[in-house]
Design a protein around this ligand. Structure first.
Ligand code: B3K
Ligand code: ZN
Length: 871
């Protein structure tokens, strides 16, 4: 499999000004006719090559004239015209088979509904085309199908014609006036219900909004529609960006390779991120729906109106659009809570990636399969890189930069450098020093140390940075790290920061842009504690030698809520790693009462937002702890965390029970952030009480399960019960199954929660569930719920000492790779962690991975992940 390199980018030799497509949808196969208005670009010579995969070419003409056999060549990957004229219309007719398409790239069927997924390179599975993002064209699309099977026919843009064709068929013609790359093309056809509303834009244009779903699901669209309207309004208010067509369609399908897709005016969604009502969706589902509906909508400007020159620039649209959706959620909900959740996610997914065999820069330099680069680095670290520019320039400066970006590049396919240039030029700043954030992989580690001198009343703070080598990048340079910070006095009050005689107020941003930086703060008359990287101002790992007393001070008094949360997390991490060391040495682990008391103070501090309290008293995950040690003591980490949870549950049981009782709601469900925060805190209390695993706790969880009137509470209770073997557990699981067996999305929760259980029989159960009538290897949501949750959300069982977890997952991934390589490769990434495990497990995991790597006919997707993970 060939490697594609950024350094080899060449502009396209032909432009395609206009595309006319017509689809004849039939059960025996779909015929696609394409009329492409092609023109050779100035100064270009050489043959014309169009991408095309799994296409059965039926006819080909140039300006209506059939082509001789040696005028063109067809291979597995495309079609080449040896000497094409400089300006002509190419017409091809191909036959494709959406019913047999299990890759879910190109045109496929989901529960009988025809739909497409073209990003990144699915369009070449629909027709022959220069399938690259820098070829922009206007599209006119005719869709024909049976009125029975496909009463609804959709594509991008405006509906311009519709007619009955007789003999039970009809057709619709759609025209998209905005030039777009092929990856934004979409077609949907089938039996669909709609949920409709309208939005009036800031210039007074009325836009029809429609959400299309499988029959019967329209009542579950109210929240997604509300989120869409709020997204449209927010983008006007905060970014001055208005929607540009009179119609906006969203389609929700059950089978989808990822979350959703921003096709121009026809977003296609994984139904899990649209459908919701209190009985079927958790608060986390509601928050995800809001974020993803927003994300795809925001792409209309950041991605569609201005798109990527090549796929190495993916973060140009993804990092920026994640930043925008994060800001949207922060403005809709609690900013502090959103920031904490985003950092948790970054640490859980991006930091391990950046420290492992698949590490790559935000703007990668090479790839084998582009679908493998829709990563946490490109998305979430990419968003951090945008966030730092936002912090550097301020909101006004950032918005000036955005304005210039659109003035310069509307309708173009551009690069990350173009984005930074717009930010720099709009603000009259030189930002070249910032650019290595795009090209250097790896998470910088910043070490802090400080010393207070009572005589001179100074506090000297030293920060040093270093980044470990990553594959293909041995030498690392110092990055410009903006460190937002303050000093918290031993009395808990913020100190004024005086540097070089200048009073900076209570907070400042230090710029660490060399290996090391030393600052001497003056007029510090007590042993103040530095509060560093407030708001997570840079995506770094911070090592700071806080004593227990200093951590407790920050937990209780840091004015920055992120830093307050972080102080608790770092304290918990140090404590848990100490317990892990004890367990490994067969010593009784020391439980720190001071720590539990500090947790207790946060728990009961009613001046704090319940959502924040819930996060602040949640211990770091097993995966996060695993990141902090080599080799990873899988069992001891689990054991230490369980013990500390249990001790917290027991020590704070009175406060937990009281809160649990007090926070009961009045029975009316409100999906808003405040009500969700109260549910979160109440359920965190339930989980701690459950950690004691006493009969009372099990009874409480069972009662909560039985009386639950919303999915958040039901799942929280079920999560407690699935960890406690016994009749209550079985009864609740059976009840859940009976209630929701006909709900495709809710059943994913049932599969997932069983796959994540720490009980010893989990793998056997997971294997048995493969035969459940609702499970299918052809449905990505099911695969992720059952196999993905086991591999990614159940460290103790996945890493079983006998290798049974690894063998099971690899067997399934070998099978999945033949059906859906994209989803298989995504799950395979977890096997890259073998090197950080103790020798026996490392060997077992590596052997399983090697077995997959040697499988004949392995996809390019899985080959890339396996080869890099073994290298
Ligand atoms: N742009 C799509 C992701 C496409 C993934 C292709 N493997 C969704 C999004 O980021 O909005
Ligand atoms: Zn996106």
């Amino acid at each position: 499999h060939a490697v594609i390199r950024l350094s080899e980018y060449a502009a396209p030799s032909y432009a395609v000004a206009g595309v006319a497509l017509s689809f004849d949808l039939a059960p025996t196969g779909t015929t696609v006719r394409a009329d492409l208005k092609i023109e050779r670009s100035a100064g270009q010579t050489g043959p014309l090559t169009l991408d095309g995969e799994a296409l059965d070419l039926k006819s080909i003409t140039i300006d209506g004239q059939p082509l001789g056999d040696n005028a063109y060549t067809v291979t597995e990957t495309g079609l080449t015209l040896a000497d094409a004229p400089s300006k002509f219309t190419l017409t091809t007719e191909v036959l494709i088979d959406p019913v047999e398409n299990t890759r879910l790239e190109g045109l496929y069927q989901s529960n009988g509904i025809f739909c497409t997924q073209c990003e990144a390179e699915g369009f070449r599975r629909i027709t022959y085309f220069p399938d690259r993002p820098d070829v922009l064209s206007t599209y006119r699309v005719t869709v024909r199908g049976s009125k029975d099977v496909c009463p609804i026919l959709l594509s991008n843009g405006n509906l311009v014609e519709q007619r009955d064709l007789g003999d039970g068929r009809h057709e619709a013609v759609w025209e998209d006036p905005f030039p777009k790359p092929s990856y934004l093309f979409a077609l949907v056809a089938g039996k669909l219900d709609s949920y409709e509303d309208t939005f009036t834009t800031m210039s007074g244009r009325k836009v029809d909004l429609k959400i299309w779903v499988e029959p019967g699901n329209a009542p579950y669209c109210a929240y997604a529609m509300d989120a869409l309207k709020r997204s449209m309004k927010w983008d006007e208010d905060r970014f001055g960006l208005e929607y540009d067509l009179d119609i906006f369609n969203i389609v929700a399908v059950s089978d989808f390779n990822m979350g959703a897709m921003e096709n121009k005016s026809l977003n296609v969604f994984n139904a899990k991120y649209i459908l919701a009502d209190p009985e079927t969706a958790t608060d986390a589902d509601y928050a995800n729906i809001e974020a993803i509906v927003g994300h795809e909508y925001f792409h209309n400007w950041t991605g569609n109106r201005v798109t990527c020159r090549d796929w190495f620039q993916l973060s140009l649209k993804e990092g920026l659009t994640v930043f925008r959706d994060q800001e949207f959620s922060a403005d809709m909900r609690s900013r502090a809570v959103k920031r904490i959740q985003d950092v948790r996610m970054l640490r859980a997914r991006q930091f391990p990636e950046d420290a492992g065999p698949l590490a790559h820069p935000v703007r990668p330099e090479s790839y084998m399969e582009i679908n493998n680069f829709y990563t946490a680095t490109v998305y979430e670290k990419g968003a951090e890189v945008i966030r730092m520019q936002h912090a550097l320039l301020g909101e006004d400066g950032f918005q000036k930069g955005m304005k210039l970006y659109f003035e310069r590049h509307d309708g173009q396919a551009v690069t990350c450098d173009d984005f930074v240039a717009a930010m720099a030029d709009a603000n009259g700043r030189d930002m070249t020093g910032f650019k290595p954030w795009y090209s250097q992989a790896g998470t910088p580690k910043v070490t802090a140390s400080w010393r207070h001198d009572a005589t001179s009343k100074t506090l000297t703070l030293t920060l040093t940075q270093a980044t470990e080598p990553t594959p293909g990048q041995k030498q690392k340079q110092a990055l410009p790290i903006p460190m937002r910070m303050g000093l918290v006095g031993s009395d808990g009050k913020p100190c004024n920061l005086i540097l070089d005689g200048q009073d900076l107020g209570a907070e400042t941003v230090l710029m660490l842009d060399e290996d090391s930086l030393t600052c001497v703060f003056e007029g510090v008359d007590n042993a103040a504690v530095p509060s560093l990287n407030r708001g997570f101002s840079a995506p770094i790992v911070l090592k700071a030698p806080y004593s227990a007393a200093e951590s407790i001070l920050l937990m209780g008094h840091d004015p920055d809520p992120f830093a307050r949360w972080e102080a608790g997390q770092q304290y918990a991490t140090a404590l848990l790693l100490g317990m892990v060391a004890d367990l490994r040495e067969k010593r009784e682990p020391v439980l720190d009462e001071g720590f539990i008391a500090a947790f207790g103070r946060i728990l009961t501090d009613s001046s704090l937002d319940p959502a924040f309290r819930s996060l602040a008293i949640t211990l770091p995950s097993e995966d996060y702890l695993a990141e902090q040690m080599r080799p990873v003591a899988v069992d001891e980490i689990h054991e230490a965390r369980q013990r500390l949870r249990k001790a917290i549950g027991e020590t704070l049981s009175r406060d937990l029970s009281r809160l649990h009782a007090e926070l009961a709601d009045d029975g009316r469900f409100d999906p808003g952030a405040d009500a969700a925060g109260r549910r979160a805190l109440r359920n965190t209390a339930l989980i701690y009480l459950g950690a004691a695993e006493t009969p009372e706790a099990v009874t409480l969880a069972k009662t909560r399960y039985d009386i639950a009137d919303n999915m958040t509470d039901r799942m929280a209770a079920l999560a407690v019960l699935t960890e406690c073997a016994g009749p209550e557990r079985e009864a609740a699981l059976a009840d859940f199954h009976d209630r929701f067996k006909d709900d495709e999305q809710v059943m994913d929760k049932w599969f997932a929660i069983q796959a994540m259980s720490g009980l010893p029989d989990t793998l056997d159960r997971v294997k048995a569930l493969l035969d459940h009538p609702r499970f299918s290897m052809k449905k990505p949501n099911k695969v992720r719920a059952l196999i993905g949750s086991f591999a990614m959300g159940n460290p103790i069982r996945f890493h079983a000492a006998d290798g049974s977890g690894y063998d099971f997952v690899i067997d399934k991934l070998i099978e999945l790779d033949r059906l859906n390589p994209q989803v298989a490769a995504r799950l395979l990434g977890t096997f890259g962690q073998w090197r950080r495990l103790p020798a026996d497990r490392a060997r077992l995991m590596k052997t399983a991975l090697e077995r997959l790597a040697e499988t004949e006919g392995l996809s390019r997707d899985s080959t890339e992940i396996a080869t890099k993970s073994l290298a």
